[in-house]
Design a protein around this ligand. Structure first.
Ligand code: DGY
Length: 344
């Protein structure tokens, strides 16, 4: 009797033409509409699956994979992967992949756009105009903070942080950064960026952009104490993960004039946004769209699909997904779950 094809689950509608490539190798079960899953629903989908393509909205940990003995690979569509419990996947011999590089420049573009919108009050000014308030104009209406000649602080000097630093040079900004590890001198020269400690970064930045990966170790890194170290004229932009900021403390700093403005693309409880943030006029709020250009979102899905095909032992790169998160684990297609080291 012919063996049935292996099954993969695609958690959200992505780009049909790209997802269609999976059909060459697997039986594909996908969502026809955008879904918000419970943990039990994710577990039910993973139960009969050999692989999955998921987005950052699907949290996958020990409970979701407990009853998924066939599952060998998860391709995350996103560079950040705090939605995945990597130790749990490691323990189960499930390879996880993400989508770095393809989104770097688009995300850096957006970080800069959000920074400019925040510093120059662009969305607030548009609301004011639409509300018919222009006749109330005075010479001191809508005064913002300059970018040129100011100091930009970058917290997290990975690929996206470096992209933002390169853009800042074109705006005549002085760039300081803080990172877990100081980056190579050649990168510092290329980015015209100087390394400082965390407190110096907070105190010196006219604009501070958060671009570091989220982990429990940096939960609420920007809390009331950190905010108190910033200049009251400073702006803060977050394009990383919401959990980096203590949002009530941020709302309080913004409403009391201890910080000039904030630009947020990510939120701790997204898609819910705290009412105290929604109520403030000096916050630019966007719905997690930093990587959302058509070409880049297609590139992310394409990389995730290639990763899943390779991780399940098919296609030209069988066994060698391009961007594994846990390269010590590789799911071997077709047989019992095994682990093996991948050479990078
Ligand atoms: C990522 O890739 O981590 C982004 O936040 C998703 O747009």
């Amino acid at each position: 009797m012919a063996e049935s094809r292996r099954r993969v689950w695609v958690s959200q509608p992505l780009f049909d033409d790209i997802i269609g490539r999976l059909g060459e190798y697997f039986d594909v079960r996908g969502a026809a509409e955008v879904q918000a899953y419970t943990a039990a629903q994710i577990a039910a989908h993973l139960r009969g699956s050999d692989g999955a393509v998921v987005t950052l909205n699907e949290r996958i940990g020990a409970a979701e994979i407990a009853d998924a003995p066939r599952l060998k690979a998860i391709a995350n569509v996103g560079v950040g992967y705090n939605n995945l419990d990597i130790p749990a996947l490691d323990a189960a011999g499930i390879v996880a992949t993400n989508t770095p590089d393809v989104l770097t420049e688009t995300t850096a573009d957006f970080g800069f756009a959000l920074l400019m919108a925040t510093a120059r009050r662009i969305t607030e000014a548009e609301r004011w105009l639409r509300d018919g308030q222009w006749r109330q104009w005075s010479f001191s209406s809508m005064l913002g903070v300059d970018l040129h000649g100011s100091t930009l602080g970058i917290l997290g000097m990975g690929r996206i942080g470096q992209g933002i630093a390169r853009r800042a040079a074109g705006f005549g900004m002085r760039v300081l950064y803080h990172n877990r590890h100081r980056v190579d001198a050649a990168i510092e020269r290329e980015c015209h960026a100087g390394y400082v400690d965390f407190d110096t970064l907070l105190a010196s930045s006219d604009h501070l952009v958060l671009v570091l990966p989220y982990s429990p170790a940096v939960h609420h890194l920007i809390d009331a104490a950190a905010l108190a170290k910033m200049k009251p004229t400073a702006t803060l932009v977050n394009i990383a993960r919401g959990g980096l900021i203590d949002e009530p403390a941020l709302a309080q700093a913004l409403s009391r004039g201890h910080l000039a403005a904030a630009g947020l693309d990510v939120y701790e409880g997204e898609p819910d946004v705290r009412p105290e943030l929604l109520a403030l006029r000096n916050v630019v709020l966007t719905p997690h769209i930093a990587s959302a250009s058509l070409d880049t979102r297609r590139g992310m899905v394409s990389l995730a699909v290639d990763n899943l095909i390779a991780a399940l032992g098919e296609g030209p790169d069988a066994g060698r997904p391009a961007t594994p998160i846990n390269p010590g684990v590789l799911a071997i297609a077709g047989g019992d779950r095994k682990t093996t080291a991948i050479k990078r």
